[in-house]
Design a binder for this molecule. Structure first.
Ligand code: DGL
Length: 262
């Protein structure tokens, strides 16, 4: 039995890394780099791409699928659950709930793509937590490109961009920062340079993976050996080496495929 993972590119690997640390299983990861970035696209486009890639994972035999992308989760997960009743979808949402519950009456800074931030799903979450006055939203779309473009992840450009984005942020008002895009943990060290040490930096990886494991255990999907397949929607000669760095494994451990039909 395979566990599917899906993101627009490298970002979802920050969740897959947590998953492989906790569970040996057969993973199949689709990175839609042909259509990335998603965060500045229209809702309709993100739906079209996501549905196509998810159908592929289902055709490949995945019964548990992690949408390792906040943007695709916010736009598509309800539709996907209605379309495929026998598939278990695990979504990725900005971890605002744990951030608010430990906020100590201070505010929470939520960073994500523009599309995630303006979606109804996020607004509903904030309303449910009654946290409208405690949350400040900050789009950081360009970080996705700094990860995806070029031979290596561009930490220098990310550093300058983060510094610029934080110019008007008064950190005294905040108790935590939420990384609400799966690409953003790739720049954790750059964030840390500008965020005071007493402010927590929270991402969704452990919550998503714990959720995944609870469903996998129920369904007895456990494997003895780790098996990772990465499928890209377009060739990119640098992706695999960046993926290996993120996952901290050798490239021989990964079955690497390009699927031009996706
Ligand atoms: N990694 C994705 C997310 O969590 C999408 C980034 C993008 O393609 O813009 O939102």
């Amino acid at each position: 039995m395979k566990i599917g993972f899906f993101d627009s590119g490298l970002g979802g690997l920050t969740i897959l890394k947590e998953a492989i640390n906790k569970l040996n299983a057969k993973y199949i990861y689709v990175g839609d780099i042909l259509n990335s970035p998603y965060g500045i696209k229209s809702k309709e486009e993100v739906k079209k791409y996501t549905f196509k890639n998810i159908k592929y994972l289902i055709d490949e035999g995945c019964k548990v699928i992690v949408i390792a992308c906040n943007t695709a989760t916010s736009i598509c997960i309800n539709d996907l659950r209605n379309m495929y009743k026998d598939i278990c979808f695990i979504g990725t949402e900005p971890a605002i709930k744990p951030a608010i519950s430990s906020s100590d009456h201070k505010k929470v800074l939520v960073m994500a793509t523009s599309l995630t931030l303006k979606e109804e799903k996020l607004q509903n979450l904030i309303n449910r937590l009654d946290a409208k006055n405690e949350t400040v939203l900050l789009p950081m779309d360009k970080l996705v490109r700094f990860a995806e473009d070029g031979e290596k992840i561009n930490y220098n450009l990310a550093d300058k961009y983060i510094k610029e984005k934080f110019l008007n942020v008064n950190f005294e008002d905040f108790s935590s920062i939420v990384l609400g895009c799966t690409h953003f943990p790739l720049f954790r060290e750059e964030f840390k340079k500008y965020i005071p040490k007493d402010i927590q930096i929270i991402d969704s990886a452990s919550g998503v993976v714990n959720n995944m494991i609870s469903h996998v255990n129920e369904n007895k999907y456990l494997e003895e050996n780790l098996d990772i397949t990465i499928v890209l929607t377009k060739e990119n000669k640098y992706f695999l080496s960046k993926a290996c760095d993120i996952l901290d494994i050798q490239n021989e451990r990964i079955n690497y495929q390009i699927n031009n039909n996706l």
